[in-house]
Design a protein around this ligand. Structure first.
Ligand SMILES: CC(C)(COP(=O)(O)OP(=O)(O)OC[C@H]1O[C@@H](n2cnc3c(N)ncnc32)[C@H](O)[C@@H]1OP(=O)(O)O)[C@@H](O)C(=O)NCCC(=O)NCCSC(=O)C[C@@H](O)CCCCCCCCCCCCC(=O)O
Ligand SMILES: NC(=O)c1ccc[n+]([C@@H]2O[C@H](COP(=O)([O-])OP(=O)(O)OC[C@H]3O[C@@H](n4cnc5c(N)ncnc54)[C@H](O)[C@@H]3O)[C@@H](O)[C@H]2O)c1
Length: 727
């Protein structure tokens, strides 16, 4: 667990060992305490080095132990950091891999820190719904100042070693032999005074405008992490470091930790953390799984179509060092597309340089532009990202079949068209996979990997590994119309539009859902995605009839209620941000700042009158139920259909693809927080009043689970053995 050995008589090396990431479990903390005690007591030892086994210093407290009753926890890490700091022998942390959370707090208790050049450090507790509660909020500001500490503690950002050196978090960065270098340093400082190295004794260097800085940080986190409490608690803890002596600051840190721990947020965020890792462990009904099927290596790739999505996909591949051939349909589009790609590449290179990657010009894989399909002959994978049109996609896949080598995987970025139909025109249906990236594709973390009827387990394994190599979270989903994310999303957007038809203000709807914590409200989201794209998607997927987009409408399609507002706005060239007007107006086409538009309000009141909509103004609470419960309900229907293997998959899709607030865990976890019987009762009521909205009709899976009370999410599968994945 924590082993202790003498080196050259005078230096003791203590190695943390708790695979895979040396997380500080109670047992490890206990073992570390014991080893430290021995080293401190041993008169032959004059200095101590702490390092981690297998090239990883420490990923922080063991998150799996967080729900353990406190009396079952071992000694507190905080006491250990004080013990290290106050002892008379110099202690050096040798940081390889990561020093995160409690791992960094441990290192901050040490007198010196040496890091490997590829190591990363950070205090990500805020992302787990808590704060650094083993002195991180008190020691870090004393080391690097208030402004930098606030940034690190409130964002949870991981800082590469070179940046950590610039900030003053580590004393030295080495290219190799980190532990040896730490031992050398430990020997050198034997006998030197440690006063200036004991962070808890140092004053916090405060700029004169410190209160303004804290207030500014508060405004920022309230916007960035809407509705979440831990970022605000982090700022309060740093404020304590400014105003209180160390021991008082620590009391405040503990108080704030206890406060957060009594809320639902830590459990929700920790659930979200493990859900992200769980979704990587895919299994198919055949029994093939991530454990049994090896992915094929991808050395080269091609992307077809360099529009919004294609250009971002090219950047993603280039960032992962995969050489890409980028293909367009004609010279004009190739010119536009290549300019977009090059400008994105320049921006990414600059970002990487700013992060301290001096070699950044060489760190992106090469990109070649072409009009010639013949050049795709030898690539390992092709990702198609042309218009959302089945005829066009089939034509391209038929063509690819004849050109690409037989081992090449052919992927489509369709938003929800039938993968099997696309596969049917190829010579290799088993190698056709849906790889549904999210916009902007080089930034968004989510990749829905769509399993068609013919898709082989090797193709799935390869696409899931590609997601990982691109730094994304791959979630395996089934081949249903619109797949999982968009299947739930269209219903949600429709609900929001129905509210507007019934006389509610779209700005209020957006604000209410943003206050709930969503990254943006539904109308801002539609303007960002493009109303034409959304309307096209409704039409392509049979959710609306294009011919009825103007004039007085029936508002029903196949006896289901639907709205033509999207189509009407498109007819008026209101496509959203891209055209400078949509649900909102913008300062210019491509503008980002949404402004309320009096024209639209006049138009909507006219539309309301002409179409005789009943007026139903609803409260904020009801806006949340009306819009979000359809997401939850459809999520249960997805599980019933076997199109996702568990509620965790849906939550990860929403957290990483749709800006769902992680502090509520995701829509399915949120349902369990609200209580399944409550969600069911509300849905029943809304459906009774709106039988023409099938999204409100409660799913039988939800009914069955609600009949059992409100079982915890992790028990759903065991309780309902009948639900099985058809992936
Ligand atoms: C480390 C990573 C960067 C590695 O990434 P990689 O992609 O390589 O691998 P994976 O992410 O797939 O991870 C591999 C494997 O490891 C598991 N894992 C990772 N980190 C942890 C962890 N910290 N704990 C447990 N398990 C972990 C992961 O789940 C994978 O396993 P699986 O089986 O699921 O496949 C990356 O993993 C990463 O970023 N990890 C998270 C790092 C992090 O967030 N660290 C912070 C942890 S929180 C913390 O440190 C809190 C501290 O501030 C200490 C606070 C002390 C509070 C104690 C309570 C105080 C109470 C006071 C009152 C006293 C009285 C009383 O007791 O009541
Ligand atoms: N925009 C989004 O937010 C988003 C998100 C996820 C998935 N998608 C899906 O990704 C795909 C692309 O969407 P987009 O928004 O990037 O579209 P887009 O209109 O921005 O770009 C499509 C590109 O494909 C090119 N193209 C058309 N026919 C071609 C051909 N025969 N050969 C080569 N290139 C051709 C066009 O010139 C254009 O540059 C669609 O299937 C869409 O549903 C879009």
């Amino acid at each position: 667990m924590a082993t202790f050995r003498h080196i050259c008589d005078s230096v003791a090396v203590i190695t943390l060992s708790n695979p895979p990431v040396n997380a500080l479990s109670s047992a490890l903390i206990q073992a570390l305490q014991k080893a430290l005690g021995e080293a401190i007591r041993d008169s032959a030892v004059e200095a101590i080095v702490i390092c981690g086994d297998k090239g990883k210093f420490c990923a922080g407290a063991d998150i799996r132990e967080f729900n353990k009753p406190s009396q079952k926890r071992g000694p507190h890490l905080l006491l250990l950091t004080d013990l290290i700091e106050s002892n008379k022998k110099p202690v050096v942390a040798a940081i390889e891999g990561v020093a995160l959370g409690g791992g960094l707090e441990l290192a901050l208790g040490c007198h010196y820190r040496v890091a490997h050049v590829q190591a990363r450090v950070g205090l990500p507790e805020v992302l787990l719904g808590i704060l650094p509660a083993a002195s991180g909020t008190q020691r870090l500001p004393r080391l690097i100042g208030i402004a930098a500490a606030l940034t690190l503690i409130t964002t949870g950002k991981y800082v590469p070693a070179r940046e950590a050196l610039k900030l003053g978090i580590v004393d030295k960065v080495v290219g190799e032999n980190t532990v040896d270098e730490a031992i050398r340093l430990a020997k050198k400082v034997i006998g030197q005074p440690l006063g200036s190295r004991q962070l808890s004794t140092l004053p916090v260097q405060c700029p004169p405008n410190v209160e303004a800085l804290l207030a500014e940080a508060m405004v920022k986190v309230k916007k960035q992490f809407r509705g979440a409490q831990s970022p605000q608690a982090c700022i309060e803890a740093v404020r304590a470091a400014v105003h209180l002596p160390y021991t008082e600051g620590i009391k405040k840190e503990q108080e704030l930790y206890q406060f957060l721990n009594a809320t639902h947020e830590p459990r929700a965020q920790q659930y979200a953390f493990f859900a992200e890792r769980e979704v990587a462990k895919w299994t198919l009904p055949s029994g093939a799984s991530w454990k049994t099927v090896s992915p094929q290596p991808i050395h080269t790739a091609a992307v077809i179509g360099l529009g919004t999505m294609g250009s971002g996909i090219v950047i993603s591949l280039a960032k992962a060092q995969i050489p890409v051939i980028a293909l367009e349909k004609d010279k004009k589009q190739l010119n536009i597309g290549s300019k977009a790609v090059i400008s994105l590449l320049d921006r990414e290179t600059l970002k990487m340089k700013q992060l301290g990657h001096t070699e950044a010009t060489n760190s992106l894989g090469p990109v070649r532009f072409t009009l010639d399909y013949g050049e795709l002959r030898d690539v390992d994978i092709v990702i198609e990202a042309v218009f959302e049109n089945m005829i066009l996609k089939k034509e391209i896949f038929r063509h690819l079949s004849g050109i690409c080598k037989p081992e090449a995987f052919l992927c489509t970025n369709t938003s929800g068209l039938d993968i099997d139909e696309i596969a049917s025109v190829t010579d290799r249906p088993q190698m056709i996979v849906g790889t549904h990236f999210y916009a902007p594709a080089h930034i968004m973390k989510l990749l829905e990997v769509v399993h068609g009827r013919y898709t082989s387990s090797i193709s799935i394994s390869t696409a899931m590994q590609l997601a990982k190599n691109l730094g994304k979270i791959g979630v395996l989903v089934g081949n249903c119309p619109l797949f999982v994310g968009n299947r739930l999303m269209v219903l949600y957007l429709q609900q929001a539009i129905f509210l507007v038809e019934e006389g509610n203000k779209l700005e209020e709807i957006d604000q209410t859902l943003e206050n709930f914590g969503l990254a943006m409200g539904p109308f801002q989201m539609m303007d960002l995605a493009g109303l034409d794209t959304l309307w096209g998607c409704h039409v392509e997927h049979g959710l609306a009839r294009p011919e009825q987009s103007s004039g007085i409408s029936t508002h029903h399609h196949s006896s289901k209620r639907y709205s033509q507002l999207l189509g009407i706005l498109c007819e008026k060239s209101r496509f959203g941000q891209k055209s400078g007007q949509g649900w909102y107006k913008y300062e210019k086409p491509g503008g980002r700042k949404a402004m309320s538009d009096p024209w639209l309000h006049n138009f909507l009141s006219e539309y309301h009158g002409v179409n005789n909509f009943k007026t139903q103004k609803i409260t904020q609470e009801k806006i949340i139920e009306w819009c979000l419960y359809v997401i939850i309900n459809e999520g249960f229907k997805v599980l019933e259909d076997g199109m996702a293997s568990g509620p965790e998959d849906i939550d990860v899709i929403y957290n990483s693809g749709y800006g769902w607030p992680k502090h509520t865990g995701g829509p399915m976890y949120y349902a369990s927080l609200v209580g399944l019987p409550v969600v069911l009762t509300k849905l029943e009521k809304y459906y009774e009043a709106n039988p023409d909205i099938p999204g409100l009709k409660p799913s039988s899976l939800l009914k069955n689970l609600a009949a059992l009370g409100n079982p915890p999410l992790k028990e759903w599968r065991a309780l309902l053995g009948s639900w099985s994945s058809k992936l």
